[in-house]
Design a protein around this ligand. Structure first.
Ligand code: ACO
Length: 401
C-alpha cells in the first residue's frame, strides 16, 4: 500500500536485498567458491586435493593461518593444544543437567557458550598472542564438548581421549570408545571422519558463518560467536538438512520406496514438502563436496559391509532429479548434506547428532572467519531496513481503546 516515492523518501539510499542474495558483506582471503562451475578452494587449495591428501588438523591450520604448516609448525600447533584438552569438571555437571532427550545442537550451543565462564581470559584478543591462545583453547576443547554431547545422548561416561593419538584419531576415540572395551583404532572410520570434517570445514559467507562474523563484530568473544554459529547451523534449511535428509529417506523407505511420488510432491507449490539435501544458494551446477561424499558413502558401506536400503532411495532421487525439468531449470542438485547422513549412520551416530558433526567440521572455518573479521577491524554488522509500518500514531490509554 505504500508508493515507491514514499518508500524512497523514508529510506534514503538503502539497498534492498532480502536474504542477502547478492550482497558482499566482507573482503575475505579464506575460501573461494565458484557456484557456476562447482569449484571450492580453501586458501587456493582445491577441496578435492585437501579431502584426499590432507588431515583435518592441517586444514584447521591452513584456514586459520593462511598456509600449509611445515612439520615443525604443525607439531608446535598440536603440542600447544594438548595443554588445553582438559575441560573444567564443572562442565560435566552442566552437560549432565540436560535431559538425554535434549537436541544435541541445543546442548552444544549452550556448553560452548558456558565455556567462557571457565576461561574468562579468552575474551581478550587484542594482542596476537592472546588471539592465538584463545583459538588454541577452543581447538582443543571443542572436540571434547562434541564427544561429551554424543556420549550424554548415548548414556555413556564423559571422559577424555588420548593425546598420543593424532587429532582425528583422538576425536574418533573420544566418540566411539565404550566402557569395558579396550578402544581399537579403526583406520576406515578415522579416514572417512577426516574426509567429512575437511569437506565441511569452511564455505565462505553461509548463514552460520555470517552469524559468527556479525556476532563477533560487536566484539563479543570467540566462544560466544561460535555458540551463535551453532544455533544458526541447527536450522533445517542449513546444517540441520543432514538430519532432515535421513528422516526423509527413511520416511520414503517406510512408505514403500516410491520415489516418484515424493518427486511430484517436491514440485507441488501447495505442498510444504521439499527434497531435503537438494538445492544451494550458490552452487548452480553441482556441489563438489556432494560428489566426494557420495563416493565416500559407497566406500564406507562396502568396507563396513553394511546394507542400507536408503542409499538406493537416495541414488534414485538423484537420478530422477537430474532428468526432471523442474530440478534442471532451477539448478537443484544434491548438496553436501544429501549423502553425509548415510555415512554418519554407518558410523553408528544417532541422527540428531548429524548436525553436531557438521559443527565439528565447520568450527575451524568459523574461527578463521572470526579472526579475519577482527584482524581487519571490520565495523559492527548492522543492516538497514525499509520501514513499511504505520506512520505517526497518538497513544491512547488502555481504558479508552
Ligand atoms: N525441493 C524442491 N524445490 C526446491 C528445493 C528443494 N529442495 N530447493 C529450492 N527449490 C525451488 C524453490 O521452490 C524455488 O522455486 P520457484 O522458483 O518456483 O519459486 C527455486 O527452487 C529456488 O529456491 P529458493 O528457495 O528461492 O533458493 P534459496 O537460494 O533461497 O534456498 C536452499 C536455497 C535453502 C538450500 C533451498 O534450496 C532448500 O530449501 N533446500 C533444501 C534444504 C537443504 O538441503 N538445505 C541445505 C543447504 S546446504 C547447507 O546449508 C549446508
Amino acid at each position: 500500500g505504500i508508493d515507491i516515492a514514499t518508500l524512497r523518501q523514508r529510506t534514503k539510499l538503502v539497498t534492498f536485498d532480502p536474504g542477502f542474495k547478492n550482497t558482499g558483506s566482507c573482503y575475505s582471503e579464506i575460501t573461494y567458491l565458484d557456484g557456476e562451475n562447482g569449484i571450492l578452494r580453501y586458501r587456493g587449495y582445491s577441496i578435492e586435493d585437501l579431502a584426499n591428501k590432507s588431515s583435518f588438523l592441517e586444514v584447521c591450520y591452513l584456514l586459520i593461518f593462511g598456509k600449509l604448516p611445515s612439520q615443525m609448525e604443525f607439531d608446535k600447533f598440536y603440542d600447544d593444544m594438548k595443554e588445553h584438552f582438559v575441560v573444567d569438571e564443572e562442565m560435566k555437571k552442566i552437560i549432565d543437567g540436560f535431559p538425554r532427550s535434549a537436541h544435541p545442537m541445543g546442548v552444544l550451543a549452550s556448553v560452548t557458550n558456558a565455556l567462557i565462564a571457565f576461561n574468562p581470559s579468552a575474551v581478550n584478543v587484542s594482542s596476537e598472542s592472546e588471539m592465538y591462545n584463545t583459538i588454541i583453547r577452543l581447538l582443543a576443547k571443542f572436540p571434547v564438548l562434541v564427544a561429551w554431547t554424543l556420549r550424554k545422548k548415548l548414556g555413556l561416561p564423559l571422559d577424555y581421549g588420548n593425546d598420543r593419538l593424532t587429532y582425528e584419531e583422538n576425536i574418533a576415540m573420544m566418540m566411539f570408545k565404550r566402557p569395558g572395551h579396550e578402544y581399537q583404532k579403526n583406520d576406515v572410520i578415522v579416514s572417512v571422519l577426516n574426509k567429512l570434517l575437511i569437506l565441511h570445514a569452511d564455505h565462505e559467507q553461509n548463514c552460520s558463518t555470517s552469524t559468527v562474523r556479525i556476532v563477533g563484530s560487536s566484539h563479543a568473544g570467540l566462544f560466544a560467536s561460535i555458540s551463535a554459529g551453532i544455533a544458526a547451523l541447527w536450522g533445517p534449511l542449513h546444517g540441520g538438512a543432514n538430519q532432515a535428509v535421513i528422516e526423509m529417506l527413511q520416511a520414503i523407505y517406510e512408505d514403500g520406496g516410491d520415489t516418484k511420488k515424493y518427486m511430484t510432491r517436491a514440485k507441488d507449490k501447495e505442498d510444504p514438502f521439499r527434497l531435503m539435501g537438494f538445492g544451494h544458494r550458490v552452487y548452480k551446477n553441482f556441489d563438489p563436496r556432494a560428489k566426494i561424499i557420495k563416493k565416500a558413502a559407497d566406500s564406507i558401506l562396502q568396507q563396513l559391509q553394511i546394507e542400507n536400503p536408503v542409499m538406493a532411495i537416495a541414488k534414485d532421487l538423484e537420478k530422477e532429479a537430474l532428468e526432471d525439468p523442474y530440478f534442471v531449470e532451477r539448478s537443484l542438485y544434491p548438496n553436501v548434506d544429501f549423502y553425509s547422513g548415510i555415512i554418519y549412520s554407518a558410523l553408528g551416530i544417532p541422527k540428531d547428532m548429524f548436525t553436531v558433526m557438521f559443527a565439528l567440521g565447520r568450527f575451524p572455518g568459523w574461527i578463521a572467519q572470526w579472526k579475519e573479521m577482527r584482524q581487519r577491524r571490520e565495523p559492527i554488522g548492522r543492516p538497514r531496513q525499509i520501514y513499511i509500518g504505520e506512520t505517526k500514531r497518538s497513544y491512547v490509554e488502555i481504558k479508552d481503546r
